[in-house]
Structures are given as structure tokens and as C-alpha cells.
Ligand binder design. Sequence first.
Ligand code: OVV
Length: 398
Amino acid sequence: MDTLVERAVSAVDPFSHAFLENPYPHHEAFREAGPVVWLEHYGIWAMARHQEVRDALTDWQTYCSGAGVGLSDFRKEPPWRPPSIVLEADPPLHTRTRAVLTRILSPAAISVLRETLMREAESLVERLLARREFDGIADLAEAYPLKVFPDSVGIAEQGRENLLPYGSMVFNGFGPRNDLFDKAMCNAGPVRDWIMSKCSRAALAPNGLGMQIFRAVDAGELTEAEAGMLVRSFLSAGVDTTVYGLGNALYCFATYPQQWTILRENPSLIRLAFEEVLRFEAPVQTFFRTTTRSVDVGGVHLGEGEKVLLFLAAANRDPRRWERPDEFDVKRRATGHMTFGTGIHGCVGQAVARLEAEAVFGALAKRVTAFELTGEPMLRLNNTLRGRDTLPLRLVPA
Ligand code: OVV
């Protein structure tokens, strides 16, 4: 097919520190450059508009995941770990593995976690109120998921300190082999060994989400090895994403105190407010796809076997889709953001993430009138995730 429109080209490196420190002006430049932009630094395509990101995520036959959803093309270089059999897979394998996870993580299925997650949130907020001053990242955004998520999966207490380093490996591992990638991988061997040792049937508690995957083996849906790989997916995808999501929510409420006041006056808005956090300050910024055929995007010709970087966070602020996109407004209809993706690979754990946020911010809304910053929050740079390393806070009790 002929190219009808000249492709836009950018020399910007979206994994440089300068970009990751403040991606939003670059997102705007990519959106305005065209429906798809050639990133000459990596020899890949990028999409930053809501419509194009959404269309690519929905068209899994053209934009596949089996060649990896990071920069590296698994068909050209060996992946740093055996590929995920759900994230980095296409139908028909994906259809079978995804069906098991969809069932185990459905809103109805995870409602059994609700009481425990609410109780743990109330208890954590009680302890933070007693301290008054704490770090919003280590003491809340990390502490809460690191307690409730491995408990829910059915993982032993011993060694849980490996979960965040493994998440850092996974999410930095989607980017190029830059300094962030190398730093994340510096202790890869022992961290990976601990993770894999927690993925077997023998290592899991009898009633957790992990053992439920092994029940699908007994039902003939998965092999024993596949079940272990899906437990690995829980441990890869379930911790850092929620740590960054809760941390970004706290950051937004500390930075926009009038928005927190709105929630305190109307706690039924908490779930909607979390969607607005995910739209406005997306914890997961990007994922890649790989073309399975040549395809035209807005008159620009993409070849077969080419990597496409999807800027979820840029789609979330596309003025073509959102009014006042750069305003944090907890009352807006923020559903339709791309932070959970969409289509067959749309986040399978999103009901758990939302439940964790509802529990934490519901408990805080009952007892805290404001979050005062007692120091400058520092970013924690990551090739995929956006969030803070430290968030020094003082609670103002109700
Ligand atoms: C969504 C996601 C992120 C990271 C890892 C995985 C999934 C996985 O399946 O391993």
C-alpha cells in the first residue's frame, strides 16, 4: 500500500531520565506530531493518541503480544526470563490461560477478600494516625499491598522483601538495556530463584488465589508447569502496579487538597476518584506490541514485525478524548482511561487493584482531613512505571 502521509519522526528517547522525569510535554508533542510517530533512536513506532492506542490494543491480530510487550523482540533476541504465558502470549494459548485468571479474579470471586482488605486498611490507618508523620510510599503504598496481596495469593511471610525487586526487574525489563534496566537486574539470580520457589503447589496456602490456579490443573485446563507460570504472573503484575497506583493516589490527594475534601464529603466518589488518579498519573505508562502484518495508521505505512510503543498515559490526557485533560478532577467520568489497557489483554487483576484502593482511601476518608507534604516528593524512575520513591507526609486527623 502507498504511504499517503509522510511519517512523523522524533529523535526523543522516551526512556531517558529527562523524559521519565517529566513525560507530559513529550506526550503532547507525540500526540500532535501525528497518529503514529517513528522513534529513530530505537527504530520503532509510537502511538500517543487515545483513538490509536485503543484501536491497537483492541486489534490483537495485527498488534500481537507473543513477541514480547517490551522493547525487545523475542523473535530476534532471547528474553531475560521465560515469557509470561498470559501477558506475552497470543490466542490460542492466551485464551486458555486468561480464562482461568478471569474466573479467579472476577469481582464476584474476589469479593471474599473484601472484609480482610478493609480490616487491614483500617488497622494500617490506625497505626499511621498514631505516628502522624510517615513516608507515604514505604509506610503506606508499599506496606499495604506487600501485606494483603501475598496473603491473598497464599505466599509465606519469609522472603517477601524479594517481591519489589522482582517487580522492578519485570517493569524495567520492558524498556531498553539502559541504566535502569541494569540496576534492576543487579541481584536478578537470587530474586528470581525466590520468586520461582513460591510458584509451586507445595509452596502455596490451601485457600489462596495461587492454589485456585492449581485447581484448574486438576480440572484439566492447565498443566502443572503452566499453573506455576500463572502464579509467577500474579507475583510479577500484582505488587508494583498497586504500589505505584496507591502512591500516585496519595500524591494526587496531597497535591490537590480540595479534591480530597470532596471525597471526605462524599465517600461514594472514592472508586471514581481512583479511576481519575489512574487517568491523570498513570502508574503503568507504556506497553509495546509487535505488528503481525503491514498496516496503515492514519495514512502511514507500518511494516510487518515492527515494534509499536503504546503511550497509555498520553492517551489518558489526549484533548481529543478528554475535556481539561491536565486537570485532576475526581468528579469527572474517568473510565475509558487506558491505564488498565483494553481488549483481550486488559488488566485481569483490576478488580483487586480497585478493591485495595477503595479499602485504603475509604479508611483514610473516615479519619483524615488532609495530607500535608513535609518535604519534596522524589520520583522513582522506572522504564514502565511512574511514581514516587518517597512522599513525606503529615496526617491532619479528623
Ligand atoms: C500485566 C503484567 C505485568 C507484568 C508481568 C506480567 C503481567 C506477567 O504475566 O508476568
